[in-house]
Design a protein around this ligand. Structure first.
Ligand code: SAH
Length: 256
């Protein structure tokens, strides 16, 4: 008979930020570098996984072409099983664990099993994208409210976004690539001006980042024409017209 493990492991729910390893918190970097077991999503950049030491066990719960991603219940069960077996788990998530990251569900599952959880915040995509595109989400002259919404969710048309976008407000849409056209129509139906500026930031904080701009009414066409792929965030509001192309070009040149 196997002896019961001497201790229960801790689950660290860690935000890995939008991509660039330099944007990890020190706490996240230390945890990744010392981990024996990392359970990660597809959005976590390979450069971050490469920081783990040799021999670290890596479990991907990401969506793969032929295989579906692990359902959330199975991920919860995996974390609980490993921790109860005495293993510390670094659960790495893109961006921040508590912004569209299902961190809350994993936290609850672990707590229900009596497992200690640490939550380490990360730079969420909206913040990373805004910084990389040099596009302020708030601006004293232009926007004093900023909201984050999920563009891909149950019953998009039933979501009440009224008041979240418009003059003086910035709306950042996550997971909106596939539904961009419907989102633009919905916002215009809610009263937004068709010429309200939008910016699409694809692969923010990664070498292949793109920043595309246009009017709200042309959002669907812009996505199709430019073949925008996930991950991307869509920023709606007058601040979306800001951001210096010259600065971006200079950055790209400096990185080359
Ligand atoms: N927890 C994550 C969000 C996960 S939902 C966070 O806080 O950032 C996945 C969505 O995040 C993507 O569909 C996309 O909208 C956004 N996203 C994640 N990484 C991104 C990146 N590098 N550039 C642009 N958008 C990104």
């Amino acid at each position: 008979m196997r002896e019961a493990p001497a201790r229960t492991g801790t689950v660290h729910l860690v935000g890995a930020g939008p991509g660039d390893p330099d944007l990890l918190t020190l706490r996240a970097a230390r945890l990744v570098m010392n981990a024996k077991l990392i359970v990660h999503d597809g959005l976590v950049d390979p450069a971050i996984l490469a920081m783990a030491r040799p021999g670290c066990r890596m479990v991907s719960v990401a969506k793969q072409r032929a295989r579906h991603s692990l359902p959330q219940d199975a991920i919860n069960a995996l974390l609980v099983r490993e921790a109860l077996a005495g293993n510390d788990v670094v659960r790495l998530k893109g961006g921040d664990p508590f912004v569209f990251g299902r961190g809350g569900e994993e936290l609850e599952a672990c707590r229900a099993a009596g497992i200690t959880v640490e939550v380490v915040p990360g730079i969420s995509a909206a913040l990373g994208a805004a910084a990389a595109a040099q596009l302020p989400l708030t601006h004293r002259d232009e926007a004093s409210v900023v909201s984050f919404v999920a563009g891909q969710c149950k019953g998009l048309s039933g979501q009440n976004w009224a008041g979240l976008a418009g003059v003086g407000r910035t709306l950042v849409i996550y997971m909106g690539v596939a539904t961009a056209e419907a989102i633009a129509e919905k916002l215009i139906a809610d009263g937004l001006a068709p010429d309200m500026p939008v910016a699409v930031i694809e692969n923010a904080c990664r070498p292949q980042m793109r920043v595309l701009r246009g009017p709200l009414a042309g959002l669907g066409a812009l996505m199709t024409r430019e073949k925008v792929r996930s991950p991307a965030v869509i920023v709606v509001g007058t601040v979306a017209a800001r951001g210096s192309e010259a600065a971006l070009t200079a950055l790209a040149e400096a990185a080359a």
